[in-house]
Design a protein around this ligand. Structure first.
Ligand SMILES: [Zn+2]
Length: 278
């Protein structure tokens, strides 16, 4: 499934095999992007767009409403199950160990729930199953309070007891562990620098189901293409990344969905990078 020019380069490199995943891999588990109409949220008489709700500004003004929106979204994510593409990445990590790295834009937590390790999964936009104190108290990233239900009706408000669980011991609000639209990537919480460094040494970068709207994936693809390293793009429709891959000496665009392509692709990559029978 991979051309010889790509396969030979992967075999010759000792660098990490880096996967970068976006909404496309979760779509096949039934999770909407929340960027379309399904992301609208009504507060009082006003409809808010996701780009307005997922902000530090909105949280400062109406923390309980922003939490309610996240708990609803998290409920949608928790009711979804990992698919064949997620499972293939778990098998690949088991086989590749430290040569595997997964960078994901998805906050639905499906990669971790499928079984990928937290140590080798950089969740560059966070994970809606976790929260942080607004003041930065330790531990920085924590699981959501267990008292909060995993399913959440759209109209349901938080009661006082639930709101109390969303306070840190210091008295400050806990916030969703998710990168907001009016915030920037950083290293301590979102592994921004580590993800970019991985692109500088990757034996291959495999981009699955992301259309290229955000800056870090764009930089990673450009870095790998500029090095002349293998850039493999999996998507049912052409994207800016598939165009970069097709213009690159060792790029390849595999047209199809994540569940159609990733299981076979990870087998091929395992044979090339790790040797047959390993
Ligand atoms: Zn605190």
């Amino acid at each position: 499934m991979l051309p010889d020019r790509v396969g030979r380069a992967i075999t010759a490199s000792a660098g990490p095999i880096v996967f970068l995943t976006g909404a496309g891999i979760s779509a096949e588990s039934g999770i909407p992007t929340f960027r379309g109409p399904e992301g609208f949220w009504r507060v009082g008489s006003r409809n808010y767009q996701p780009t307005e709700m997922a902000t530090a500004v909105a949280f400062a003004r109406m923390p309980a409403e922003v939490w309610r929106w996240y708990l609803f979204r998290r409920g949608v994510c928790r009711s979804a199950a990992p698919n064949a593409a997620h499972r293939a990445l778990v098998r690949f990590e088991k086989r590749a160990g430290d040569r595997f790295l997964l960078v994901t834009q998805n906050v639905d937590g499906l990669h971790l729930r499928a079984g990928n390790s937290a140590a080798r999964t950089y969740q560059i936009h966070g994970n809606a199953d976790f929260c942080r104190c607004m003041r930065g108290c330790l531990p920085v990233v924590r699981e959501l309070p267990v008292k909060l239900s995993e399913s959440w009706e759209k109209e349901r408000s938080l009661d006082d007891a639930e709101l109390a669980t969303l306070r840190c011991a210091c008295g400050e609000w806990l916030r969703p562990h998710v990168l907001w639209f009016d915030e920037s990537y950083d290293e301590p919480v979102y592994r921004y620098v580590s993800a970019q460094r991985a692109a500088e040494t990757a034996a291959a970068l495999i981009v699955v189901g992301t259309s290229g709207a955000t800056s870090l994936p764009t930089r990673m693809c450009e870095t790998v293409a500029a090095r002349g390293a293998p850039l493999i793009v999996v998507d049912p429709e052409p994207t800016v990344f598939s165009a970069v891959a097709e213009a690159s000496a060792r790029g390849v665009y595999l047209r199809g969905t994540a569940t159609e392509i990733v299981p076979e692709l990870t087998e091929a990559l395992g044979a090339l990078a790790l040797g047959r029978g390993v």
